[in-house]
Design a protein around this ligand. Structure first.
Ligand code: ADP
Ligand code: AMP
Length: 208
């Protein structure tokens, strides 16, 4: 028999599916510039930006019962169980009042991807992939200065390993379906954004 929580989740999935949302997954290694470019896309193309990492960090701050588990996993650069992340994404999508979403840093592995599609019945329109060398990403993360506990060299190396082993296969999966839009993210911010803009424009441009 289903619990009250199961019933609430089913209801959330129904209302999300009713929204018929446009979803773009934004993927790339840690420090490849996902957050930076998402801020630009939001300004010009009317999307709501949902960063899985930011949602998890907000969940820790809120004093949730999962906080300690999430915090320990982030310190180790590990992938948090998908039921936690998917629930946070669903809530944020429903609360946004929008139906166009940039989902940044998710799905992080095959299990994340399959669970999200199974639970929400949402398929991404496409996947924006920020391709950047580890050397450049490491340089950026070590000078990010946001006081993040995972921006230290030891955790950064673990995050790179998780990205290569678990997240790249997700990008390969979508590539085989012709859904990946790859961007050379090793260039200056403005140049990267020119390439990003070319992918979103003109179909989605907000009227002034
Ligand atoms: P991600 O969200 O992929 O982890 P961020 O957008 O937070 O990456 O970027 C990581 C750091 O690198 C930030 O300090 C950001 O200001 C900087 N940064 C982002 N894009 C570029 C770029 N194209 N060139 C140089 N620095 C960048
Ligand atoms: P980010 O802010 O994207 O760099 O993510 C920071 C950390 O949060 C990651 O190293 C993971 O530990 C955790 N995290 C972020 N996104 C996810 C996700 N989609 N699934 C599980 N864990 C995640």
């Amino acid at each position: 028999m289903g619990t009250v929580v199961d019933a609430a989740n089913k209801e959330a999935n129904r209302s999300l599916a009713d929204l018929n949302p446009t979803v773009v997954f934004v993927l790339g290694g840690p420090g490849s510039g996902k957050g930076t470019q998402c801020a630009n896309i939001v300004q010009h193309f009317g999307f709501t930006h949902l960063s899985a990492g930011d949602l998890l960090r907000a969940e820790i701050k809120s004093g949730s019962e999962n906080g300690t588990m999430i915090s320990n996993m982030i310190k180790e650069g590990k992938i948090v169980p998908s039921e936690v992340t998917i629930k946070l994404l669903q809530q944020a999508m429903l609360e946004s009042g929008n139906n166009k979403f940039l989902i940044d840093g998710f799905p992080r592995n095959e299990e994340n991807r399959a669970a999200f599609e199974a639970v929400t019945k949402i398929e991404p329109s496409f996947v924006l992939f920020f391709d950047c060398s580890e050397e450049e990403m490491e340089r950026r993360l070590l000078s990010r200065n946001q006081g993040r506990e995972d921006d230290n060299i030891e955790t950064i190396r673990k995050r790179f390993k998780v990205f290569l082993e678990s997240s790249l296969p997700v990008i390969e999966y979508y590539n085989s379906k012709g859904k990946v839009r790859k961007i050379d993210a090793g260039r200056p911010v403005e140049e990267v954004y020119e390439s990003v803009k070319a992918i979103f424009a003109p179909k989605n441009e907000k009227a002034d």
